[in-house]
Design a protein around this ligand. Structure first.
Ligand code: FMN
Length: 321
């Protein structure tokens, strides 16, 4: 049977993926996205394999929490100990995910200091061990992919992506910036196109997903045509337009967005209890923006200190629509 990357490549050119985003793409947000404007594939927030194989497992587990209806869904992991990748990959298979993705792109200092995530771009020996351990744990039951950048300090597409293409990976997502560039310069889609040519030569069966600065499906389709990627990943674009994955939904106003925010707040409280309320406010910014009266309403909502206070404002506002 074809794996999820091959299935998507065959079904749709390009296919569109919701990017993994720490503290954003949890089970609650993914279910809301799936209900109102679904992507073709979703990924979890990154989850630490070393923490998973320690007494801290429970805390890591919330990052992998998901419902069977969230499909297709890939678990993203990071860490530095290959044996932990293998163990976690085995568990990810048992949890019913459609694939496992290794984070080799995160530029955050704490991860780099440990030698994890984008630091692996400078340590291909460890990257190779980690990939091979993950493939062993996955046991051919689910595909293994890597999400990475085009270099660490300098652009190094040929060497780094060329190396990854020799690791028998099912897919590679390429964020078209170096680690040093963080998100400060426009993504280098010409380098992503270069990576596709390398793929055609070295490993034609590896799916390539391009990532960086895509704000609409139309832009994504144009970039896919120019670069040759199979899929497009969108991250921050969803903050600008929650309906980014469904271009038939063009109406963003109080009447369309308020029920979505309500749904999110209720599901969040049901899933996480009264904890994690402050991080929920970033979704107020996402849903309540870009229409008349949004900024005043948002300012009022941002003052709230609990789910019930926020729900009270939502319900009071709904009466006036
Ligand atoms: C808030 C936030 C959290 C992120 N967390 C992750 C993560 O957990 N794993 C990962 O691979 N990338 C993570 N990223 C990077 C995105 O997946 C994506 O590669 C990046 O935002 C560029 O794509 P965009 O221009 O479409 O946003 C994060 C980005 C943001 C903005």
């Amino acid at each position: 049977m074809k794996n999820i990357w091959q299935q998507l490549t065959n079904a749709k050119q390009p296919f569109f993926v919701l990017a993994p985003m720490d503290d954003v793409t949890d089970t609650v947000f993914r279910r809301i996205v799936q209900k109102y404007a679904p992507a073709d594939l979703m990924m979890t927030e990154f989850a630490n394999a070393d923490g998973w194989c320690s007494p801290g497992r429970q805390a890591i587990g919330t990052r992998l929490q998901h419902e069977k209806t969230e499909k297709p869904l890939i678990a993203q992991i990071w860490g530095i100990i290959p044996a932990h990748y293998e163990e976690m990959a085995r568990d990810v298979v048992a949890m019913g995910f459609d694939g496992i993705d290794i984070n080799m792109g995160c530029p955050v200092k704490d991860m780099i200091k440990k030698g994890a995530c984008s630091a692996m771009i400078e340590n291909p020996a460890l990257a190779k061990e980690v990939i091979s351990a993950t493939q062993k744990g996955a046991g051919g039951k689910i595909p293994v992919s890597v999400k990475t950048r085009i270099g660490f300090s300098e652009i190094n597409t040929e060497e780094w992506i060329g190396f990854l293409l020799e690791q028998n990976l099912d897919a590679i997502t390429i964020h078209g910036r170096t680690k040093a560039e963080m998100s400060k310069v426009p993504a280098h889609w010409d380098e992503i196109a270069k990576a596709v040519k390398l793929r055609d030569k070295i490993s034609p069966d590896t799916t390539i997903i391009g990532n960086g600065d895509v704000m609409s499906l139309e832009q994504g389709r144009n970039l896919a045509q120019e670069s040759g990627v199979d899929g497009i990943m969108i991250g921050r674009g969803i903050f600008h337009n929650f309906f980014v994955f469904d271009e038939t939904k063009t109406e963003r106003n109080l009447a369309t967005m308020l029920p979505i925010l309500r749904d999110h707040v209720v599901l969040h409280q049901k899933t996480w209890g009264n904890e994690k309320f402050e991080p929920l406010k970033k979704f107020v910014k996402m849903y309540i923006n870009g229409f008349a009266g949004a900024s005043e309403l948002r300012a009022e909502m941002m003052q709230t200190k609990s789910h019930s206070e926020l729900l009270a404002i939502i319900d009071k506002t709904a009466i006036s629509i």
